[in-house]
Design a binder for this molecule. Structure first.
Ligand code: PLP
Length: 339
């Protein structure tokens, strides 16, 4: 067998910074962001606060740290927080929501659609005062798009209903928007429309947008002052961070490109379906394929030079800016030829 190029569908985090991004990083204006505010960090934070319509925003090295800082500041020890089951804050952040933020997680059924709970379910759990031996439920954590559900988009109306239910139950709301940009592109609405009513939001620059590192956690001015302290406590205060922020600024120019990833995911899903695979139509850039034997399927794909990973008991393919339409067709061709 001739050596075929590897096609990496494992994640949209595998993208590498291109020449333009590296050039922006190399020429970034910088200062010590712990002693004073690095000017490029400031520019990035202000731009994202504008995009998300929050008072302020803070760069953090990872989405996990952004989520943790928000939960840490929202929760008191033993407070219960609600999140759709299989959410990233529940399953993919080493339990830090409990371990460090002190929260008692309550994973909720997807009773309103993939990756979403209903407003009624929020009322059921948090709608009445707990008895003295009950739990204080104080936070709803949303995820848009929902990774484990297959990059599913929270419709605007559902978002508004969940936020309203949270308010009625006196819950704060955090939004894990690691892929909020994808939701915004898929719905054709500005990102700020998807943050209406939330207290805090976390967005990633290092996934589909292609920055090598960086996320933003955003909220009120007061929240960001405290978030900066917690970031430092967690070891996330960086010095000449402008080098990294510059990559984030370039990344933000590329939000519209996500439409190509979504089109490629559709193409992949259609092709797999034609080949007899069991695939739901993707809403964004994640394709989940149900297979009889997960380990073997991933191994078989690996032998074809197609890298994927497991997610929710299925094979997860993620499209991204370093995979072209031709690469997707190539992958389909390899799978078709092998079966
Ligand atoms: C990737 C991701 C994060 C954060 O991940 P990091 O690797 O820590 O940057 C948070 N939430 C969701 C839904 C994600 O997919």
């Amino acid at each position: 067998m001739t050596q075929q190029p590897l096609l990496d569908f494992r994640s949209d985090t595998v993208t590498k910074p291109d020449e333009a991004m590296r050039a922006a990083m190399a020429s970034a204006e910088v200062a010590d962001d712990v002693l004073e505010h690095d000017p490029t960090m400031r520019a990035l934070e202000e731009r994202v606060a504008g995009l998300l319509n929050t008072e302020a925003a803070l760069w953090v090295p990872s989405g996990s740290m952004g989520n943790l800082i928000a939960l840490f500041l929202h929760l008191r020890r033993g407070d219960r927080f609600l999140a759709a089951h299989s959410s990233h804050v529940l399953d993919n952040e080493l339990g830090t929501a409990a371990w460090i933020a002190g929260g008692m997680p309550y994973p909720m059924d997807w009773d309103a659609g993939p990756g979403r709970m209903s407003a009624a379910a929020i009322h059921d759990i948090a709608g009445s005062e707990p008895s003295y031996h009950g739990l204080n439920t104080t936070l709803l954590s949303l995820e848009n798009t929902h990774n484990a559900a297959g990059g599913t988009v929270m419709p605007l109306e559902a978002h508004m209903q969940l936020v309203a239910a949270a308010r009625e139950c006196r819950l704060r709301v955090h939004l894990d928007g690691a892929r909020l940009w994808n939701a915004s592109v898929a719905l054709g609405v500005a990102p700020a429309e998807l943050t209406v009513g939330v207290d805090t939001v976390q967005v990633c620059l290092s996934k589909g947008l292609g920055a090598p590192v960086g996320s933003i956690v955003a909220g009120t001015e007061e929240f960001v002052v405290e978030a900066r302290r917690v970031r430092k406590m967690l070891g996330g205060g960086v010095r000449q961070g402008g080098i990294l922020a510059a990559a984030g600024l370039v990344a933000l120019d590329r939000v519209d490109d996500l439409a190509d990833d979504h089109a490629n995911a559709k193409l992949l899903a259609e092709g797999l379906t034609e080949l007899g695979w069991s695939v739901r139509t993707p809403e964004t850039n994640i394709v989940l394929a149900a297979v009889p034997d997960l380990r073997n399927a991933i191994k078989m794909l690996g032998r074809l030079g197609i890298q994927t990973g497991p997610m929710s008991g299925q094979v997860r393919f993620v499209t991204h800016r370093d995979l072209s339409t031709a690469d997707v067709k190539d992958a389909l061709h390899r799978i078709g030829s092998a079966s």
